[in-house]
Design a protein. Structure first.
Length: 119
């Protein structure tokens, strides 16, 4: 019974993100707003990670499955983007490296800050 409750909580937060997007005309997609709301709820400790652990672990373990529709969509429009395939591939590689670098630097900063706080 725990997993349906966790799933309904996560979907409710996702729905809240969609509602914020539609009613407030925020130029950010509803699913991103939903993730930001979830992050806010987790940071404020309104929701504890243990409360949604089983469902989020399931989603993380099956993450590749959720990318299938996007991958199929890309294959459907491949002919129209074929001429720009090299540029798109280069952009994917570049943004991946930028994301890795920023994530690594941010992690190092947070670890140093945590060590200072623990001292």
């Amino acid at each position: 019974m725990r997993i349906p409750l966790q799933l309904s909580l996560i979907f409710s937060i996702c729905l809240l993100g969609e509602a914020l997007h539609r009613f407030l005309n925020i130029p950010v997609p509803g699913n991103i707003l939903g993730m930001l709301v979830l992050l806010l709820l987790l940071c404020c400790k309104i929701i504890k990670p243990e409360q949604i652990k089983e469902t989020t672990n399931f989603f993380l373990q099956h993450l590749a499955f959720f990318f299938l529709p996007a991958s199929v969509s890309i294959l459907l429009v491949y002919k129209s983007v074929q001429s720009k395939a090299i540029i798109l591939f280069a952009l994917c590689i570049l943004t991946t490296w930028i994301t890795l670098a920023v994530t690594g630097l941010l992690t190092q900063i947070l670890i140093k800050k945590q060590k200072r706080n623990d001292s």
